[in-house]
Write a new protein. Structure first.
Length: 307
């Protein structure tokens, strides 16, 4: 297991093991949305957002926008990582917003499943607009507009990283619904997301390439454009990375590469490696580390009220 905080702390394997290992947590009770299927995009768009608010009467609470995974083609806001995140974050005092976004669409043509519409780049625009929507409606939901984080797993991790690292640039924002409202975030939580399509191109073609027969230079440019590492700077938000070393889906090297670049730039980050995880989408399920405690501690440290 590896757990690092850069640039300030390195925790040894032994210390981490002693402090963090516990039996797998029991299933937590489900939490119903406070507001279901909220319209946050144009009225004609079918994608909606679920809003979960703590029971307290806080008016300046921190918020997390949680983006679901599913290979840019599936997944839902109502199950998997988003609802597991809700079960942990809402009781801890966070408002949680779970948006849908444009997915790849398919049809059967001549007996074959064919992609008729790619999710990208609309998917990243939807995620950026989801963050802006939360900021625009912060007072309505009792949220501090300066204490918003973003999280995601797998494809959602890639979108969370991309949104967080490119938040205030105009590179990916052309065509956004709320271009005048910043989608910047205080920190990012990334569970086994893709960081660089240039070194993991097979997955990039699912949503971000125009066509597999495009010239190599066109493919390379698009893969670079939609890779989170492309937008890293010394001012990028603090990032929590969680990944299984033997991940059969998104290779562990993706998170190694991301952590290396964050370290090189001096961006604060934590990198949690699970040695025993044998599946890709493990959510918070681990008997090696208390991923709930690690995630909430990271959020607490990075969404504090600033003087």
């Amino acid at each position: 297991m590896i757990f690092m905080r850069i640039p300030f702390v390195f925790l040894s394997v032994g210390l981490i093991f002693a402090c963090s290992v516990r039996a797998a947590a029991a299933a937590l009770p489900a939490i119903a949305p406070t507001h279901s299927d909220v319209t946050f995009l144009a009225a004609e768009r079918p994608q909606k957002m679920d809003v979960y608010l703590p029971a307290n009467n806080e008016t300046m609470r921190p918020a997390v926008v949680v983006i679901h995974g599913g290979g840019w083609s599936g997944g839902k806001k109502i199950w998997g990582y988003p609802v597991e995140f809700v079960k942990r974050a809402v009781p801890a005092g966070y408002a949680v917003f779970c948006p849908e976004y444009q997915l790849n669409e398919f049809a059967e043509i001549d007996g074959k499943k064919v992609c008729t519409k790619r999710g990208g780049p609309q998917n990243i625009l939807d995620c950026l607009d989801a963050i802006s929507f939360v900021r625009m409606h912060a007072k309505e939901y009792g949220v501090d507009p300066e204490r918003i984080a973003v999280a995601g797993d797998s494809a959602g991790g890639q979108l969370a990283l991309l949104a967080g690292y490119d938040a205030d640039s105009s590179t990916l924002g052309e065509g956004r619904l709320y271009p005048k409202v910043s989608p910047r975030v205080r920190c990012i939580v990334d569970f086994y997301g893709v960081a660089n399509f240039e070194t993991f191109p097979a997955w990039g073609g699912w949503s971000f390439l125009k066509g597999q027969n495009d010239p190599a230079e066109v493919k390379t440019a698009l893969l670079r454009r939609y890779s989170p590492v492309t937008y890293l700077t010394k001012d990028s938000p603090p990032t929590l990375i969680v990944h299984g070393r033997n991940d059969p889906g998104v290779t562990y090297k993706q998170s190694e590469e991301l952590s290396s670049k964050l370290k090189e730039l001096g961006v604060p980050f934590e990198f949690v490696t699970l040695e025993k995880a044998t599946k890709h989408a493990f959510n918070f399920d681990s008997d090696e580390m208390d991923l709930t405690a690690i995630t909430l501690k990271f959020l607490g440290e990075n969404t504090k009220r600033q003087p």
